[in-house]
Design a protein around this ligand. Structure first.
Ligand SMILES: NC(=O)C1=CN([C@@H]2O[C@H](COP(=O)(O)OP(=O)(O)OC[C@H]3O[C@@H](n4cnc5c(N)ncnc54)[C@H](OP(=O)(O)O)[C@@H]3O)[C@@H](O)[C@H]2O)C=CC1
Ligand SMILES: CC(C)(CO)C(=O)C(=O)O
Length: 321
Protein backbone atom coordinates (compact mmCIF):
# COMPACT_ATOMS: atom_id res chain seq x y z
CA UNK A 1 0.00 0.00 0.00
CA UNK A 2 1.41 3.41 -0.98
CA UNK A 3 0.41 6.25 1.32
CA UNK A 4 0.98 9.88 0.46
CA UNK A 5 2.46 11.91 3.31
CA UNK A 6 0.07 14.78 2.74
CA UNK A 7 -2.99 12.53 3.12
CA UNK A 8 -1.82 11.13 6.44
CA UNK A 9 -4.26 11.87 9.26
CA UNK A 10 -2.58 11.98 12.65
CA UNK A 11 -4.24 12.01 16.05
CA UNK A 12 -2.18 12.83 19.13
CA UNK A 13 -3.94 11.53 22.23
CA UNK A 14 -3.00 13.54 25.32
CA UNK A 15 -2.35 17.27 25.44
CA UNK A 16 0.51 17.09 27.91
CA UNK A 17 4.20 17.91 27.52
CA UNK A 18 5.09 15.36 24.85
CA UNK A 19 1.73 15.34 23.04
CA UNK A 20 1.74 19.13 22.66
CA UNK A 21 5.38 19.09 21.52
CA UNK A 22 4.83 16.63 18.67
CA UNK A 23 1.42 18.06 17.72
CA UNK A 24 2.92 21.54 17.47
CA UNK A 25 5.85 20.43 15.36
CA UNK A 26 3.72 18.32 13.00
CA UNK A 27 1.01 20.99 12.62
CA UNK A 28 3.63 23.68 12.00
CA UNK A 29 5.01 21.68 9.09
CA UNK A 30 1.55 21.39 7.54
CA UNK A 31 0.51 17.89 8.66
CA UNK A 32 -3.15 17.12 9.43
CA UNK A 33 -3.08 16.74 13.20
CA UNK A 34 -5.83 16.58 15.81
CA UNK A 35 -5.08 16.63 19.53
CA UNK A 36 -7.44 14.63 21.71
CA UNK A 37 -7.43 16.08 25.21
CA UNK A 38 -8.85 14.83 28.48
CA UNK A 39 -10.85 18.00 29.10
CA UNK A 40 -13.09 20.02 26.82
CA UNK A 41 -11.67 23.12 28.51
CA UNK A 42 -8.23 22.38 27.06
CA UNK A 43 -9.52 21.50 23.57
CA UNK A 44 -11.60 24.70 23.48
CA UNK A 45 -8.59 26.76 24.54
CA UNK A 46 -6.41 25.12 21.89
CA UNK A 47 -9.00 25.74 19.16
CA UNK A 48 -9.43 29.37 20.21
CA UNK A 49 -5.86 30.40 21.03
CA UNK A 50 -3.79 27.95 19.00
CA UNK A 51 -0.77 26.19 20.48
CA UNK A 52 2.26 28.25 21.51
CA UNK A 53 5.44 26.31 20.78
CA UNK A 54 8.79 27.40 22.15
CA UNK A 55 11.74 25.95 20.27
CA UNK A 56 15.02 24.87 21.84
CA UNK A 57 16.58 28.21 20.85
CA UNK A 58 13.81 30.08 22.65
CA UNK A 59 11.95 31.25 19.52
CA UNK A 60 8.18 31.11 19.96
CA UNK A 61 5.42 30.59 17.41
CA UNK A 62 1.67 30.07 17.65
CA UNK A 63 0.36 27.16 15.61
CA UNK A 64 -3.30 26.66 14.61
CA UNK A 65 -4.44 23.29 15.81
CA UNK A 66 -7.56 21.11 15.75
CA UNK A 67 -8.47 19.67 19.15
CA UNK A 68 -11.33 17.74 20.68
CA UNK A 69 -12.02 16.08 24.04
CA UNK A 70 -11.87 12.31 24.53
CA UNK A 71 -15.55 12.29 25.50
CA UNK A 72 -16.24 12.70 21.74
CA UNK A 73 -14.36 9.45 21.10
CA UNK A 74 -11.37 9.13 18.79
CA UNK A 75 -11.64 10.88 15.41
CA UNK A 76 -10.83 9.01 12.21
CA UNK A 77 -7.07 8.81 11.52
CA UNK A 78 -4.30 6.69 10.05
CA UNK A 79 -2.03 6.99 13.09
CA UNK A 80 -2.81 7.50 16.79
CA UNK A 81 0.15 8.67 18.86
CA UNK A 82 -0.69 7.81 22.45
CA UNK A 83 1.07 10.40 24.61
CA UNK A 84 -0.69 9.78 27.88
CA UNK A 85 1.05 8.34 30.95
CA UNK A 86 1.20 4.59 31.64
CA UNK A 87 -1.20 5.25 34.50
CA UNK A 88 -3.83 6.72 32.12
CA UNK A 89 -3.58 4.11 29.37
CA UNK A 90 -6.27 1.75 30.75
CA UNK A 91 -8.92 4.48 30.20
CA UNK A 92 -8.10 4.55 26.49
CA UNK A 93 -8.63 0.85 25.88
CA UNK A 94 -12.40 1.06 25.11
CA UNK A 95 -12.07 3.66 22.28
CA UNK A 96 -8.90 2.00 20.92
CA UNK A 97 -10.67 -1.34 20.70
CA UNK A 98 -13.07 0.06 18.11
CA UNK A 99 -10.45 1.40 15.68
CA UNK A 100 -10.56 0.11 12.11
CA UNK A 101 -8.00 -2.56 11.19
CA UNK A 102 -5.99 -0.19 8.97
CA UNK A 103 -5.32 2.30 11.79
CA UNK A 104 -1.91 2.22 13.50
CA UNK A 105 -1.45 2.90 17.20
CA UNK A 106 1.89 4.17 18.48
CA UNK A 107 2.35 4.00 22.25
CA UNK A 108 4.96 6.41 23.53
CA UNK A 109 4.99 5.65 27.24
CA UNK A 110 8.05 5.45 29.44
CA UNK A 111 8.32 2.39 31.61
CA UNK A 112 6.89 -1.02 30.90
CA UNK A 113 3.45 -2.60 31.01
CA UNK A 114 1.84 -0.80 28.06
CA UNK A 115 2.86 -3.49 25.60
CA UNK A 116 1.00 -6.23 27.47
CA UNK A 117 -2.00 -3.93 27.96
CA UNK A 118 -2.37 -3.02 24.29
CA UNK A 119 -1.83 -6.62 23.19
CA UNK A 120 -5.06 -7.44 25.03
CA UNK A 121 -7.14 -5.37 22.61
CA UNK A 122 -5.19 -4.81 19.40
CA UNK A 123 -3.59 -7.26 16.96
CA UNK A 124 0.19 -7.10 16.75
CA UNK A 125 0.19 -5.61 13.23
CA UNK A 126 -1.65 -2.49 14.50
CA UNK A 127 0.49 -1.91 17.55
CA UNK A 128 3.70 0.11 17.46
CA UNK A 129 5.85 1.64 20.17
CA UNK A 130 7.89 4.79 20.44
CA UNK A 131 10.92 5.52 22.54
CA UNK A 132 11.33 9.22 23.02
CA UNK A 133 14.41 10.95 24.35
CA UNK A 134 13.29 14.48 23.50
CA UNK A 135 12.52 16.68 26.48
CA UNK A 136 9.30 18.67 26.67
CA UNK A 137 7.52 20.79 29.24
CA UNK A 138 3.89 21.84 29.14
CA UNK A 139 3.76 25.41 30.43
CA UNK A 140 -0.03 25.74 30.28
CA UNK A 141 -2.95 24.11 28.47
CA UNK A 142 -1.88 25.88 25.26
CA UNK A 143 1.88 26.34 25.65
CA UNK A 144 4.72 23.88 25.33
CA UNK A 145 8.47 24.24 25.52
CA UNK A 146 10.99 21.98 23.80
CA UNK A 147 13.56 21.41 26.54
CA UNK A 148 15.96 18.85 25.15
CA UNK A 149 16.97 17.31 21.87
CA UNK A 150 16.79 13.57 21.35
CA UNK A 151 15.51 10.81 19.15
CA UNK A 152 12.08 9.35 18.47
CA UNK A 153 12.50 5.68 17.68
CA UNK A 154 9.46 3.75 16.54
CA UNK A 155 8.70 0.20 15.57
CA UNK A 156 6.92 -3.03 16.47
CA UNK A 157 7.72 -4.56 19.88
CA UNK A 158 9.55 -7.53 18.38
CA UNK A 159 11.05 -8.02 14.96
CA UNK A 160 9.47 -10.23 12.36
CA UNK A 161 6.87 -7.82 11.02
CA UNK A 162 6.90 -6.65 7.43
CA UNK A 163 7.59 -3.01 6.57
CA UNK A 164 4.52 -0.91 7.22
CA UNK A 165 3.62 1.85 4.73
CA UNK A 166 1.56 3.87 7.21
CA UNK A 167 4.35 3.88 9.78
CA UNK A 168 6.86 4.81 7.10
CA UNK A 169 4.66 7.75 6.08
CA UNK A 170 4.40 8.79 9.74
CA UNK A 171 8.19 8.73 10.13
CA UNK A 172 8.55 10.76 6.93
CA UNK A 173 6.04 13.32 8.23
CA UNK A 174 7.92 13.61 11.53
CA UNK A 175 11.26 14.01 9.77
CA UNK A 176 9.78 16.70 7.57
CA UNK A 177 8.69 18.44 10.76
CA UNK A 178 12.32 18.41 11.93
CA UNK A 179 11.89 15.53 14.38
CA UNK A 180 14.77 13.10 14.59
CA UNK A 181 12.49 10.08 14.00
CA UNK A 182 13.50 6.65 12.82
CA UNK A 183 11.89 3.26 12.27
CA UNK A 184 13.41 0.24 14.03
CA UNK A 185 12.84 -3.46 13.38
CA UNK A 186 12.17 -4.07 17.09
CA UNK A 187 11.59 -1.61 19.92
CA UNK A 188 12.04 -4.06 22.80
CA UNK A 189 15.83 -3.53 23.27
CA UNK A 190 15.36 0.25 23.13
CA UNK A 191 12.47 0.03 25.59
CA UNK A 192 14.70 -1.82 28.08
CA UNK A 193 17.46 0.77 27.67
CA UNK A 194 15.02 3.64 28.07
CA UNK A 195 13.60 1.91 31.13
CA UNK A 196 17.11 1.90 32.60
CA UNK A 197 17.57 5.60 31.80
CA UNK A 198 14.25 6.55 33.37
CA UNK A 199 14.90 4.36 36.42
CA UNK A 200 18.13 6.31 37.03
CA UNK A 201 17.13 9.84 36.05
CA UNK A 202 13.45 10.25 36.92
CA UNK A 203 13.22 9.26 40.61
CA UNK A 204 16.40 11.12 41.59
CA UNK A 205 15.31 14.32 39.86
CA UNK A 206 11.83 13.93 41.37
CA UNK A 207 13.13 13.37 44.89
CA UNK A 208 15.74 16.16 44.83
CA UNK A 209 13.68 18.58 42.72
CA UNK A 210 16.46 19.18 40.20
CA UNK A 211 16.67 19.30 36.39
CA UNK A 212 18.21 16.30 34.61
CA UNK A 213 21.57 17.99 34.04
CA UNK A 214 22.13 18.60 37.76
CA UNK A 215 22.55 14.85 38.25
CA UNK A 216 25.85 15.04 36.40
CA UNK A 217 27.19 17.95 38.44
CA UNK A 218 27.51 16.07 41.71
CA UNK A 219 29.83 13.04 42.12
CA UNK A 220 27.44 11.58 44.73
CA UNK A 221 24.44 11.46 42.39
CA UNK A 222 26.62 10.20 39.58
CA UNK A 223 27.91 7.39 41.81
CA UNK A 224 24.37 6.52 42.90
CA UNK A 225 23.25 6.41 39.27
CA UNK A 226 26.13 4.10 38.47
CA UNK A 227 25.09 1.70 41.26
CA UNK A 228 21.48 1.85 40.10
CA UNK A 229 22.68 1.03 36.60
CA UNK A 230 24.58 -2.05 37.76
CA UNK A 231 21.61 -3.29 39.79
CA UNK A 232 19.20 -2.81 36.88
CA UNK A 233 21.68 -4.34 34.41
CA UNK A 234 21.59 -7.62 36.35
CA UNK A 235 17.79 -7.70 36.01
CA UNK A 236 17.92 -6.80 32.30
CA UNK A 237 20.52 -9.47 31.68
CA UNK A 238 18.34 -12.12 33.36
CA UNK A 239 15.62 -11.15 30.88
CA UNK A 240 17.83 -11.45 27.82
CA UNK A 241 18.97 -7.82 27.58
CA UNK A 242 22.70 -7.56 28.11
CA UNK A 243 23.77 -4.00 28.99
CA UNK A 244 27.14 -2.66 27.90
CA UNK A 245 29.33 0.25 28.96
CA UNK A 246 27.96 2.18 25.97
CA UNK A 247 24.46 1.86 27.47
CA UNK A 248 25.69 3.62 30.61
CA UNK A 249 27.30 6.33 28.47
CA UNK A 250 24.03 6.72 26.56
CA UNK A 251 22.18 7.47 29.83
CA UNK A 252 24.75 10.13 30.70
CA UNK A 253 24.27 11.60 27.21
CA UNK A 254 20.46 11.70 27.65
CA UNK A 255 21.00 13.57 30.92
CA UNK A 256 23.33 16.03 29.24
CA UNK A 257 21.10 16.55 26.18
CA UNK A 258 18.04 17.18 28.35
CA UNK A 259 19.97 19.02 31.06
CA UNK A 260 17.40 21.84 31.40
CA UNK A 261 14.46 19.45 31.44
CA UNK A 262 12.41 18.67 34.49
CA UNK A 263 11.84 14.93 34.10
CA UNK A 264 8.25 13.78 33.56
CA UNK A 265 8.33 12.30 37.09
CA UNK A 266 9.40 15.58 38.66
CA UNK A 267 6.66 17.37 36.71
CA UNK A 268 4.14 14.86 38.11
CA UNK A 269 5.39 15.29 41.67
CA UNK A 270 5.13 19.06 41.38
CA UNK A 271 1.53 18.75 40.21
CA UNK A 272 0.81 16.07 42.81
CA UNK A 273 -0.15 13.64 40.07
CA UNK A 274 0.39 9.90 40.19
CA UNK A 275 3.88 9.16 38.81
CA UNK A 276 4.99 6.30 36.56
CA UNK A 277 7.45 5.00 39.19
CA UNK A 278 5.62 1.68 39.47
CA UNK A 279 6.01 1.10 35.72
CA UNK A 280 9.68 2.08 35.90
CA UNK A 281 11.55 1.21 39.13
CA UNK A 282 8.61 -0.95 40.24
CA UNK A 283 8.89 -2.97 37.03
CA UNK A 284 12.62 -3.61 37.65
CA UNK A 285 11.93 -4.65 41.24
CA UNK A 286 9.20 -7.05 40.08
CA UNK A 287 11.26 -8.57 37.26
CA UNK A 288 14.25 -8.80 39.62
CA UNK A 289 12.18 -10.68 42.18
CA UNK A 290 10.99 -13.12 39.49
CA UNK A 291 14.61 -13.81 38.52
CA UNK A 292 15.88 -13.97 42.11
CA UNK A 293 17.94 -10.79 41.71
CA UNK A 294 17.91 -8.33 44.62
CA UNK A 295 17.18 -4.70 43.74
CA UNK A 296 17.41 -2.83 47.08
CA UNK A 297 18.30 0.55 45.55
CA UNK A 298 15.44 0.56 43.07
CA UNK A 299 13.10 -0.66 45.80
CA UNK A 300 14.05 2.28 48.03
CA UNK A 301 13.57 4.77 45.19
CA UNK A 302 10.18 3.24 44.41
CA UNK A 303 9.06 3.61 48.02
CA UNK A 304 10.42 7.14 48.38
CA UNK A 305 8.70 8.41 45.23
CA UNK A 306 5.42 6.76 46.26
CA UNK A 307 5.78 8.32 49.70
CA UNK A 308 6.57 11.72 48.24
CA UNK A 309 3.42 11.79 46.14
CA UNK A 310 1.34 10.24 48.90
CA UNK A 311 2.14 12.92 51.45
CA UNK A 312 2.15 15.68 48.85
CA UNK A 313 5.71 16.90 49.42
CA UNK A 314 6.83 18.95 46.45
CA UNK A 315 3.40 20.25 45.50
CA UNK A 316 3.25 23.23 43.18
CA UNK A 317 0.27 25.25 41.94
CA UNK A 318 0.83 23.81 38.45
CA UNK A 319 -1.11 24.85 35.40
CA UNK A 320 -3.99 22.38 35.58
CA UNK A 321 -6.71 24.91 36.31
N1 LIG B 1 7.90 15.04 29.48
C1 LIG B 1 8.99 14.52 28.91
O1 LIG B 1 9.99 15.23 28.70
C2 LIG B 1 9.02 13.08 28.49
C3 LIG B 1 7.95 12.21 28.73
N2 LIG B 1 7.99 10.92 28.27
C4 LIG B 1 6.87 9.99 28.47
O2 LIG B 1 5.81 10.37 27.61
C5 LIG B 1 4.55 10.05 28.21
C6 LIG B 1 3.72 11.32 28.31
O3 LIG B 1 4.42 12.17 29.20
P1 LIG B 1 4.07 13.71 29.44
O4 LIG B 1 3.65 14.33 28.17
O5 LIG B 1 5.22 14.29 30.17
O6 LIG B 1 2.82 13.57 30.42
P2 LIG B 1 1.73 14.68 30.78
O7 LIG B 1 1.12 14.27 32.08
O8 LIG B 1 2.30 16.03 30.63
O9 LIG B 1 0.67 14.47 29.63
C7 LIG B 1 -0.22 13.43 29.55
C8 LIG B 1 -1.50 14.02 29.01
O10 LIG B 1 -2.44 12.97 28.78
C9 LIG B 1 -3.71 13.48 29.09
N3 LIG B 1 -4.65 12.38 29.29
C10 LIG B 1 -4.72 11.52 30.32
N4 LIG B 1 -5.72 10.64 30.13
C11 LIG B 1 -6.30 10.97 28.97
C12 LIG B 1 -7.39 10.45 28.24
N5 LIG B 1 -8.10 9.39 28.67
N6 LIG B 1 -7.72 11.02 27.07
C13 LIG B 1 -7.03 12.10 26.61
N7 LIG B 1 -5.99 12.65 27.26
C14 LIG B 1 -5.63 12.08 28.42
C15 LIG B 1 -3.48 14.30 30.34
O11 LIG B 1 -4.57 15.16 30.55
P3 LIG B 1 -4.64 16.17 31.81
O12 LIG B 1 -3.77 17.31 31.39
O13 LIG B 1 -6.06 16.52 31.89
O14 LIG B 1 -4.11 15.42 32.97
C16 LIG B 1 -2.19 15.00 29.98
O15 LIG B 1 -2.41 16.22 29.31
C17 LIG B 1 4.87 9.46 29.58
O16 LIG B 1 4.88 8.06 29.53
C18 LIG B 1 6.27 10.00 29.86
O17 LIG B 1 6.97 9.21 30.77
C19 LIG B 1 9.06 10.44 27.56
C20 LIG B 1 10.13 11.25 27.31
C21 LIG B 1 10.22 12.64 27.76
C1 LIG C 1 14.30 11.61 28.48
C2 LIG C 1 13.72 12.01 29.84
C3 LIG C 1 14.65 11.59 30.95
C4 LIG C 1 13.69 13.49 29.71
O1 LIG C 1 13.48 14.14 30.91
C5 LIG C 1 12.40 11.34 30.06
O2 LIG C 1 12.14 10.34 29.46
C6 LIG C 1 11.41 11.79 31.09
O3 LIG C 1 11.48 12.91 31.57
O4 LIG C 1 10.53 10.98 31.41
Amino acid sequence: MQLEKDTLQIVVVGGGSVGLLYAARLARSGQAVTIVTRSSLQSNQLMQNGLCYQQLDGEKSVVSIVAQPIEMGLPHADVYLLSVKQTDLPDLLPPLKDLPAKARVVALQNGMGHQELLAQILPQRQCFFAINTEGARRLSATEVMHTGSGLLRMGPWESGMQADAVMQAFVDALQEAGVNAQLEASIKPYAWRKLMANALINPLTALFDIPNGALLENPQTLQLMRELFLEASAVASAHGQKMKETDWQEIVTICRNTSRNLSSMLQDVKRQKQTEVEAINGYLVKRGREAGIPTPLHDVLLRLVLLKTDVGIGKEGGDRK
